[in-house]
Design a protein. Structure first.
Length: 437
C-alpha cells in the first residue's frame, strides 16, 4: 500500500505561493523515497492604491468590470505608454495620485446631476497645476470618453492673441454671423486653404459690448463669430500651436483637426487633456503632463517612478492675462464663482452635441464633459431628461458647470486660498490697433 503525504504551503521571498505536493511511496521491504510530483504557483494580483496608500481595487489591465473605469482606463494608457510589460505583470502595487477626498467630491457632484442609468454620461478630471497629478477621475458610468470640447477651446486663440500683442479692448464690430470671404482666408499649419466661404457660423445670442466686441467681452459671451474673426486675424496655425503648447491632444491620438472652426471646439478630447491645458494657465504657463500613475513597485525590489514632466511653454504674464479674462467669464456666468480666486469657461459644442465646463484656481483645475455615451452626434443635448430632470437645452453651464462648481468647492474646502497673479494692465489693458472707432 502507498501512502500520500502533502507538504505544507510556503511563501517564497518573491511573494509567490508554492504548494509542493510530495508522494511518499512505501513498498514491501523497500526504502521509502520521496518524489516531487508537481509545483503549483499562484501569483498575487496587481493592485491600485491612492495617494495615501489605501487600496482602491485589483488591476488586471481589463477595465470592463472596474469600480473606477475612468481611472482604470487612464492607468492602462499610462502603463502602456511607459512599458507594455507592466500591463502583463503581476504582484505590482501601482500608486496613483488620486486623492480620496477629491475623488469623492467629483463622484458625488456627478451623481447629483446625472444618473447611472442615463444614456448620457458625465466625466470629470481634476488636475493639480504645477505637477500634473490627476487627483480625481469620476464618471456617471463607463470609462474614458471622447467628446468635442466646445467653446472651452476659445482660450487657445485668446492666448495666442494676447501673446501676439493684442490687448483686452482690441476687437471687431459685432457680427451676428461669420462667413469667410475666400477659401484662402484661413490656412492651416501646412499653409493649405481651409476656410469655407459657402458656410456661415452664427451666434446663439448677441454678445459683446454694444456694437463692438473685444477680447474680453467676446470671451465672456463665448461669441462664435468673434473667435472666427480672431482666428482669421492671428492665424489658425498660431491657435492650434498654442493649444498643443498648453497640452491639448485628441483622444484618439490623431493630429488636431485644423479647420476655421477650431476655436469652437471641434476636436474630440478627453477631459484630462482639457483640464491639463487649463492647469497650464493656472500654473502661469508651466505645462506639466497630466499623470495619474506616480510609482509602480513589484517583487524583488522592483520600482519605477513616474516623475512630473514640466516645461515652461507660455510667458507667465501672458498666462496671467488669459486668467484675468477667464476670471471675468466665470464671474459673469450662471456659475458665478467659488468664493475664492477662480477662472472658467463654458464649453457648449455646436448644435448641442456635447457640453463641457472647464476652470481652475491656482491649486486645482478641472474639466467636466457631458454627452451621449454611444452616439452623441445623433442624440443631442436638447429636450432631454438627465438625472430625472427635463432640460429643453443643455449648455456647459447647465449641468457640467454645476458639477464643476460643486466638486471644486468640496475638494478645496478648508484649504488655503491662493490668489491669482494680477494681470499686467500696462501691457494688456486698453487696445493697440484693433480699437472701437
Amino acid at each position: 500500500m502507498s501512502a500520500l503525504r502533502i507538504a505544507s504551503i510556503c511563501v517564497t521571498a518573491a511573494g509567490v505561493l508554492v504548494a509542493a505536493i510530495i508522494l511518499v511511496l512505501r513498498g514491501d521491504g523497500e526504502p521509502a523515497r520521496e518524489r516531487l510530483v508537481s509545483t503549483i504557483a499562484e501569483t498575487h494580483p496587481s493592485v491600485l492604491i491612492d495617494a495615501q496608500g489605501t487600496t482602491l481595487e485589483e488591476f488586471s489591465g481589463e477595465c470592463g468590470a472596474s469600480r473606477y473605469p475612468y481611472l482604470c482606463d487612464r492607468v492602462r494608457a499610462e502603463l502602456l505608454a511607459s512599458d507594455a510589460k507592466l500591463l502583463t505583470g503581476s504582484g505590482l502595487t501601482i500608486r496613483t495620485a488620486i486623492d480620496p477626498r477629491t475623488q469623492e467630491a467629483a463622484q458625488q457632484a456627478i451623481e447629483r446631476y446625472v444618473g447611472r442609468d442615463d444614456p448620457y454620461v458625465a466625466v470629470q478630471a481634476m488636475v493639480v497645476p504645477g505637477t500634473g497629478e490627476i487627483r480625481a477621475l469620476a464618471t456617471s458610468h463607463g470609462g474614458a470618453q471622447k467628446f468635442q470640447q466646445g467653446s472651452t477651446a476659445m482660450v487657445y486663440p485668446l492666448a495666442a492673441a494676447l501673446e501676439s500683442g493684442l490687448r483686452y479692448s482690441d476687437g471687431f464690430p459685432y457680427a451676428a454671423s461669420y462667413r469667410a470671404a475666400a477659401y484662402s482666408a484661413v490656412k492651416n499649419c501646412k499653409a493649405e486653404n481651409v476656410a469655407d466661404p459657402t458656410f456661415s457660423v452664427v451666434n446663439d445670442q448677441k454678445g459683446g459690448h454694444d456694437d463692438f466686441t473685444t477680447l474680453e467681452t467676446g470671451t465672456w459671451a463665448g461669441e462664435n463669430t468673434f473667435f472666427l474673426k480672431l482666428t482669421e486675424r492671428i492665424g489658425l496655425c498660431e491657435s492650434v500651436t498654442m493649444a498643443k503648447r498648453l497640452g491639448l491632444a485628441r483622444a484618439d491620438g490623431a493630429p488636431l483637426q485644423e479647420f476655421e472652426t477650431f476655436a469652437l471646439g471641434i476636436n474630440e478630447v478627453d477631459p484630462v487633456e482639457v483640464a491639463g491645458t487649463y492647469a497650464t494657465l493656472a500654473a502661469r504657463g508651466l505645462r506639466c503632463a497630466p499623470r495619474v500613475v506616480t510609482e509602480v513597485r513589484g517583487d524583488g525590489g522592483f520600482t519605477r517612478a513616474f516623475p512630473a514632466r514640466c516645461e515652461q511653454v507660455l510667458e507667465a504674464p501672458v498666462a496671467d492675462a488669459v486668467t484675468g479674462v477667464l476670471a471675468g467669464a466665470l464671474a459673469r456666468s450662471p456659475i458665478k464663482g467659488l468664493g475664492r480666486d477662480a477662472a472658467g469657461m463654458d464649453g457648449t459644442a455646436d448644435a448641442n452635441v456635447t457640453a463641457t465646463y472647464a476652470g481652475y484656481t491656482p491649486d486645482l483645475a478641472a474639466a467636466v464633459s457631458l454627452g451621449h455615451s454611444d452616439q452623441p452626434y445623433k442624440h443631442k443635448l436638447a429636450d432631454v431628461t438627465i438625472g430625472g430632470e427635463r432640460y429643453p437645452n443643455v449648455r456647459g453651464t447647465t449641468i457640467p458647470g454645476p458639477i464643476w462648481k460643486n466638486s471644486m468647492t468640496a475638494a478645496l474646502d478648508g484649504t488655503a486660498q491662493t490668489p491669482f497673479t494680477k494681470p499686467d494692465t500696462g501691457r494688456f489693458g486698453g487696445c493697440r490697433d484693433a480699437c472701437d472707432r
